[in-house]
Write a protein that binds this ligand. Structure first.
Ligand SMILES: *Cc1c(COP(=O)(O)O)cnc(C)c1O
Length: 430
């Protein structure tokens, strides 16, 4: 590599595995032109069309009318803890967006992953003539549709949560689905997928190999849809729909977002689709009044590296000597998405990194203080809440009065699918 550290001194700390906090000089709030409000509205309408089917196939979604959505909770005890830890007063209201409790697959992937499978199912069903535009989507749960879908396949490479979402949804519809995993993926995820009717292909090499093999197999089969986590518009738009739902939840809690009431959102980032899609949606809804931050593990800050250097997927964390390894499932990504940094790089207030031990500790503290269990990746956002208020050069962008009225959302991206035995391990003191 050429003299990256000379041009981007922050990389020195990143190389050394230190926690860093980067404010984005490229923030300009200009929305990208390749994707629009109409695209988000289209995704939202598609999810609404499928709601009668989702309700029938997954009865746990009956209370929400077949809409896959998660609670937004006040976490005052956690706020008190973070204040004590930071040694000062932290302004504003702290909320947890509990995507860890999303129905069907228990992580943020239940937004994008399920949406992408539904797009494929709708296309196949309409083209077959079995489903008419404007028809009753609940019928997709009948044998004639399962028979139709069994002639098609879905394939994805994933170490975990994306595989669960794609696998569970595809198998329920009747698609032949293969999840390509590296051998070191967690055993319980493989077991669960097989139990739900998905095929799990294991590869001894690393995860990139598993993805490449999945892609290769799908390319040879015109009836196979490959879910491309690094490059998918459908995934991205599925995540983006979260924003209009969040707007309604905030309004329901009497929370205003405007110039005098800023909203801060802290999102764990892996390849970038999840946090990128949510950010894209939020900027459409709240414009410059929402302030989005991505959080990454110290060993895999791929999005920070891509945006900071402007090289996006042309650089990976191994290029600066990092391992890319982390105990935070979902965030162990060495190279960012081809799409996301380019679409939302100018919409982020900043990015920061978090050590594994801090995420693991926050799992235990969140459980102790609020009784909420999440997996380690889901806690990556918490340090943002303290840091934005303690960094003078950031905090001074806001008046003390508006900071007083601010609302902060930590996006808890996964956890409810983690089996009891595994939870105990996470919750045990080291
Ligand atoms: C996938 C995932 C993320 C990050 O989403 P990306 O689209 O990979 O950036 C964060 N947390 C959890 C629990 C995940 O499974």
């Amino acid at each position: 590599m050429d003299d990256l550290v000379g041009r981007f001194p922050l990389i020195e700390d990143m190389k050394n595995g230190k926690e860093v906090f980067w404010l984005n000089p490229g923030l300009d709030n200009r929305l990208p032109e390749e994707m629009t409000t109409a695209d988000i509205a289209d995704a939202s309408a598609r999810l609404a069309r499928f709601a009668p089917y989702i309700m029938r196939a997954f009865p746990e979604t009956v209370p929400s009318g077949g809409i896959i959505e998660s609670p937004l909770k006040d976490i005052p005890e956690m706020k008190t803890f973070l204040e004590e830890k930071s040694g000062g007063t932290l302004s504003g209201r702290l909320l947890l967006k509990c995507d860890s409790e999303l129905p069907i697959s228990g992580s943020i992937k239940a937004r994008g992953g399920i949406y992408e499978v539904l797009c494929f199912a709708e296309k196949v069903a309409l083209e077959s003539g079995l489903l008419k535009s404007g028809g009753d989507y609940a019928a997709l749960d009948e044998d004639r549709f399962r028979e139709l879908f069994s002639r098609y396949a879905v394939s994805v490479g994933s170490t975990g949560n994306l595989g669960l979402s794609i696998g569970i949804m595809s198998a329920r519809l009747g698609f032949r689905v293969t999840v390509h995993m590296s051998a070191d993926a967690r055993q319980w995820k493989k077991d669960l997928l097989r139990q739900k009717g998905a095929k799990v292909a294991e590869y001894r090499g690393d995860f990139q190999m598993a993805v490449a093999e999945g892609r290769r197999q799908a390319e040879g089969d015109p009836r196979c849809h490959f879910v491309d986590d690094e490059n998918s518009r459908a995934l991205f738009l599925g995540y983006a729909v979260a924003a209009e739902r969040l707007e309604r939840q905030l309004a329901g809690m009497g929370i205003t977002v405007d110039g005098g009431h800023p909203l801060f959102v802290y999102l764990p980032c892996g390849v970038g689709g999840g946090p990128g899609g949510v950010t894209f949606g939020l900027k459409h809804v709240f414009g410059e009044h929402v302030h989005c931050f991505f959080a990454e593990p110290v060993q895999s800050p791929c999005m920070l590296l891509g945006i900071l250097t402007g090289r996006h997927d042309g650089i990976c964390v191994q290029d600066i000597g990092l391992s890319g390894k982390t105990s935070a499932d979902g965030l162990a990504v060495g190279r960012p998405s081809k799409l996301v940094g380019r679409l939302v790089g100018n919409l982020l207030d900043g990015l920061f990194t978090v050590s594994d031990s801090r995420m693991e500790e926050l799992v235990r503290i969140l459980y102790a203080k609020e009784g909420v269990f999440v997996e380690p990746s889901a806690t990556a956002g918490f340090p943002g809440f303290s840091t934005v208020q303690q960094r003078g050069n950031y905090r001074e962008r806001f008046s003390p009065a508006s900071m007083e009225r601010s609302v902060h959302i930590v996006w808890a991206t996964g956890g409810s699918m983690v089996p009891e035995e595994e939870r105990k391990k996470y919750l045990a003191e080291p």
